[in-house]
Design a protein around this ligand. Structure first.
Ligand code: GLY
Length: 372
């Protein structure tokens, strides 16, 4: 295990933590910080840079993080978020998002929303323009359309091919699938060569990714949290969720307290990865409450990951299948990314950071377990 030496202050929570909490309350002027998950194609770095630009221009922190994640939602190459996201088992893209605005202490969320490219913006509308906290499915779509959002097909050609590859990989014990000709179909897993014949328009990298994603359906997601110099904070999480899910499945991303939590008196947290495991520890809320009790962002996030591990009796073999990350930003600007698993070379996965005085960049997550 790495980086999990908790201070005596944390071990002796309660009265011993109070002087520290007072110290943070009496801190000097906070500096602007934006953090997010890394995402593909420099998505996290671009997201943080955009959010920081808006904050520096005097914009609201919620507008800033929403504009940041919109870049990734609209990027068809990120197949875990928004447009181009990997679809449910019916081949339909279903999106989840939630957001929290620190100054007004309000939240909004949408779950299993179809046909709208930017679910984070719909979640922001729920926050700002309704007396509700969360809308799902058909009702969320009707609300989005009433609010002026355009209904569009979110399935790209690449996502459609990946979905078909997944369907072909579903076989009975004799290796049969209805998605190829003849009951005498060979039982072996499909090789790239055959997939290339079936999908001549797809490049090899896409087909290799499709095979990986058929075997290990990914979760993806982007979470972004911001702090400005006035001490105001906001956060957002948005995703297309688990690939090939049962229609209607919501993960942690739209669950306020699960995939996202923020109290600007303390800080904010969010997650990416397997939502089901996060929900079993109410992760983002747990991370923020850990910080309230005196843990650093790093300690707070690692503690939440330890709770996930505990749900598997700390059995690293079973935990191999779980991919989960937390991101935490404290009101004084201290931050961390934390992952259940580090890579073999001793590094964690990365997350994105912009501190205003430095270009938006990647940093390494701390982690709980190292892959053998
Ligand atoms: N964390 C994204 C999901 O599980 O849907």
């Amino acid at each position: 295990m790495k980086d999990i030496t908790f201070s005596r202050r944390v071990a002796l929570l309660g009265a011993a933590a109070l002087p520290w909490i007072r110290a943070v309350k009496g801190q000097a002027k906070p500096k602007s910080v934006v953090i997010s998950s890394a995402n593909r194609n420099n998505g996290g770095v671009n997201c943080c840079a955009k959010a920081m630009e808006i904050i520096k221009g005097g914009g609201d922190t919620l507008d800033a993080v929403i504009a940041g994640v919109n870049i990734v939602e609209l990027d068809p190459r990120d197949n875990s978020v928004g447009y181009g996201g990997l679809p449910n088992e019916d081949g339909v893209v279903e999106l989840d998002a939630s957001c929290m605005h620190g100054p007004s202490r309000r939240g909004g969320a949408v779950g299993a929303l179809r046909n709208i490219k930017t679910p984070s913006k719909v979640a922001q509308k729920v926050l700002a323009e309704t007396d509700h906290m969360m809308l799902v499915g058909e009702g969320a779509l009707r609300f989005a359309k009433a609010a002026g959002f355009k209904e569009e097909d979110l399935l790209t050609e690449e996502s459609r091919i990946q979905w078909l590859v997944w369907k072909r990989q579903m076989r009975d014990k004799n290796g049969h699938t209805n998605w190829e000709s003849g009951i005498d179909a060979p039982p072996a897993a499909k090789k790239i060569g055959e997939l290339k014949r079936l999908f001549p328009q797809a490049d090899e990298a896409l087909l290799e990714e499709a095979l990986r994603n058929a075997a290990n359906p990914p979760h993806g997601t982007i979470n972004c949290i911001a702090l400005n110099e006035k001490g105001e904070m906001s956060a957002v999480t948005t995703t297309s969720g688990l690939a090939w899910k049962i229609p209607g499945r919501c993960g942690d991303s739209p669950i306020i307290g699960g995939g996202l939590w923020l109290d600007q008196d303390v800080g904010g947290a969010g997650s990416t990865g397997r939502g089901e495991e996060n929900l079993r520890v109410c992760g983002a809320h747990t991370v923020v409450e850990n910080m309230r009790l005196g843990m650093s962002p790093k300690e707070a996030a690692l503690d939440a990951l330890k709770r996930v591990a505990r749900n598997f009796d700390n059995d690293e073999k079973r935990l191999q299948a779980v991919d989960l990350n937390f991101y935490a930003l404290r009101k004084d600007g201290e931050y961390a990314g934390a992952s259940l698993w580090g890579t073999r070379n001793g590094r964690g996965p990365q997350f994105a950071v912009s501190t205003g005085d430095r270009e938006s960049h990647h940093e390494n997550c701390v982690y709980l377990f190292e892959r053998k």
